[in-house]
Ligand binder design. Sequence first.
Ligand SMILES: CC(C)(COP(=O)(O)OP(=O)(O)OC[C@H]1O[C@@H](n2cnc3c(N)ncnc32)[C@H](O)[C@@H]1OP(=O)(O)O)[C@@H](O)C(=O)NCCC(=O)NCCS
Length: 175
Amino acid sequence: MEGSELSVSIEPLRSGHAALLFELLRDEAIYEFLDELRPESVQQLEQRHAFMLNPDSAPPDERWLNWLVVANSTSWQPRRQVVGTVQATIHLDKRQVVVAYIIAPHYWGRGIATRAVELMLDELVKDHPVKSAQAYIDPANRRSIALVERLGFVVSEDSPDRDGNVVYERSDLIT
Ligand SMILES: CC(C)(COP(=O)(O)OP(=O)(O)OC[C@H]1O[C@@H](n2cnc3c(N)ncnc32)[C@H](O)[C@@H]1OP(=O)(O)O)[C@@H](O)C(=O)NCCC(=O)NCCS
């Protein structure tokens, strides 16, 4: 919006965030290209988060990290709004991270997901020796493909995966 300023930040997901995310994650448009289902209640989303946040849920060679995406705009009321989530699955053996992201449709097309994924990659390389990042994307998911291409991902030699997703990769996380 003209004259308005938008900034994006990410915060580690914690128990209690389900109530902030539930209404956002109810929008059917989010799930057009995803395998996961819409949450049915705040309680069900809380349980999903509890599983994701429990370190014992991940296989021994994986780490699961999740963040809330928050955007601030001078033209919004309230200025600070929770807009989605970003997720990283670290494969320790391959020093590789698989990224995923959801932004609520109301906030699409403003560069929020691009910035949030960029912030997540910055956070990841601070604490984890990951060399490459991958994203598995339905070939019809134009928005997601545009996003990873903007961030320098290219189609990987692992592509397509067995479900027909295009595998995008960026191999320059640690130079
Ligand atoms: C994929 C998804 C995360 C993209 O979210 P988004 O916030 O709209 O993405 P961005 O705004 O960063 O980029 C999208 C558009 O914004 C534009 N944009 C990028 N930076 C911008 C900026 N600073 N200002 C304004 N617009 C900008 C881009 O040009 C892009 O437009 P285009 O798609 O016409 O090329 C979102 O559509 C989504 O959550 N989809 C459902 C879940 C999903 O499919 N996740 C991916 C699974 S692989």
